[in-house]
Design a protein around this ligand. Structure first.
Ligand SMILES: NC(=O)c1ccc[n+]([C@@H]2O[C@H](COP(=O)([O-])OP(=O)(O)OC[C@H]3O[C@@H](n4cnc5c(N)ncnc54)[C@H](O)[C@@H]3O)[C@@H](O)[C@H]2O)c1
Length: 297
C-alpha cells in the first residue's frame, strides 16, 4: 500500500514500546491511528506523548476478549469510518517452558501472543476486505519465533505460530490486494522486559531462562533499538509489501546456520514418486503466484 496519507491504522498494544513506535510513524505519514491497549497507565502515557494530535483515538481493550475486540473495531469505525492497516502487536512475556506442568500461565500467554493475533485477523480483516480498498496487516512475532529462547517455550511457540499464520494469511489476502508483513524484533526499548539497574544479578530459576541468559538479555535491553526505528521499518514494509521485517542483524548468522541444518535434514538421493513431485510443483506454483501478487496502492 503505497499511498498512506489519510489511511487508518489500528494498532494493538499501541500505547507502549514497538506499538507506540508504529503509531508515531503512521501519524508522521499523515495517517490516522487507533491506539488499542488494555493498560490504562500505558494509555495515559501515550496520550501525553501524542497530545495535540487529533488524528489519534485511544481505546481500552483486551485483545484476548473477542467481544471486546469486536466492540473496539466498531468504535474505530464510528470514529474514523475505515480501517486500512491492522497491526496485531499486543504481546506479553511469560508463559513458562513447554514442559512446565502449569497450564494457567501457558494459556494466558498464548491467549494474548497468539490468540490476540488470531482474534485481530478474524474480527478486523473482514472489515478491511469488505471496504475493497486494499490494506495491510502487520503481525508482530519476534526473533524468538525464528531462533527459540531457551526456557521460554510458550513465548517462542506463540511467535513461531504468528510467523506461520502470517505467511499463510499473505496467500489468503493477496487476491484482495491486501498485503501482510510479519515483524521479527530483537531487543527493542519497551516495557516488555523489566530491566533493573546495572549490577543487579538475575535469580537462579529451576526451569526458566538461565541467569547467564537473563544477564545478557538485560545488557542487550540497555542498548535496545529505538521503537521509532521499528515504526519506520514497518512503514517501509507496508509500502513495499514485504513479507518479513527483520531489524536485528545480530541474528543473521544463526538463521543461516539453522537454514543450512534444515536443508541437510533432507535425504540426498530420494526416489520421489511422480505424483508427489507433481503435487509439490503445483503447490509451489500456486503459492508463488499468491505470494508475489501486488497489493493495492
Ligand atoms: N521489545 C522487544 O525487545 C521485543 C522483542 C521481540 C518481540 N517483541 C514483541 O513486540 C510486541 C510489542 O511489545 P513491546 O516490546 O513494545 O512491549 P510493551 O510492553 O512496551 O508493549 C506491549 C503493549 O501491549 C499491551 N498489551 C499486552 N497485553 C494486551 C492485551 N491482552 N490486550 C491489549 N493490549 C495488551 C501492553 O499494555 C503494552 O502497552 C509484543 O508482541 C512483543 O512480544 C518485543
Amino acid at each position: 500500500m503505497r499511498n498512506l496519507e489519510g489511511k487508518v491504522g489500528f494498532v494493538t498494544g499501541g500505547a507502549s514500546g514497538i506499538g507506540l513506535g508504529m503509531v508515531s510513524a503512521f501519524l508522521g505519514e499523515g495517517m490516522k491511528a487507533v491506539v488499542a491497549d488494555y493498560d490504562e497507565a500505558h494509555l495515559n502515557q501515550a496520550r501525553s506523548v501524542l497530545a495535540g494530535s487529533n488524528a489519534v483515538h485511544f481505546l481500552r481493550v483486551d485483545v484476548s476478549d473477542r467481544a471486546a475486540l469486536k466492540a473496539a473495531a466498531d468504535e474505530a469505525l464510528a470514529v474514523f469510518g475505515r480501517i486500512h492497516v491492522l497491526c496485531n502487536n499486543a504481546g506479553v512475556g511469560g508463559g513458562g517452558a513447554v514442559d512446565d506442568p502449569d497450564f494457567d500461565d501457558w494459556d494466558r500467554a498464548m491467549g494474548v501472543n497468539l490468540g490476540g493475533v488470531v482474534n485481530g485477523v478474524k474480527i478486523i480483516v473482514p472489515i478491511i476486505k469488505d471496504q475493497g480498498e486494499g490494506g495491510h496487516v502487520v503481525n508482530t512475532a519476534s526473533m524468538a519465533g525464528v531462533v527459540p529462547l531457551p526456557g521460554l517455550g510458550a513465548y517462542s511457540a506463540a511467535k513461531y505460530a504468528v510467523r506461520g499464520l502470517s505467511d499463510s494469511l499473505r496467500m489468503s489476502l493477496a487476491p484482495h490486494g491486501i498485503g501482510v508483513s510479519c515483524l521479527f524484533p530483537g531487543a527493542t526499548r519497551s516495557a516488555l522486559v523489566e530491566v533493573p539497574e546495572e549490577g543487579e544479578e538475575p535469580p537462579a530459576t529451576e526451569d526458566g531462562p538461565s541467569p547467564a541468559l537473563m544477564h545478557e538479555l538485560w545488557a542487550a535491553m540497555r542498548v535496545a533499538m529505538d521503537p521509532l526505528e521499528m515504526g519506520a521499518a514497518v512503514v517501509e514494509a507496508i509500502r513495499e509489501n514485504r513479507p518479513h521485517i527483520c531489524t536485528h542483524a545480530e541474528f543473521l548468522d544463526e538463521v543461516r546456520e539453522r537454514n543450512r541444518a534444515f536443508e541437510a535434514a533432507f535425504p540426498a538421493d530420494a526416489q520421489i514418486p511422480e505424483a508427489r513431485s507433481r503435487f509439490e510443483a503445483t503447490r509451489r506454483a500456486l503459492a508463488t503466484e499468491l505470494l508475489t501478487m501486488p497489493a493495492k496502492d
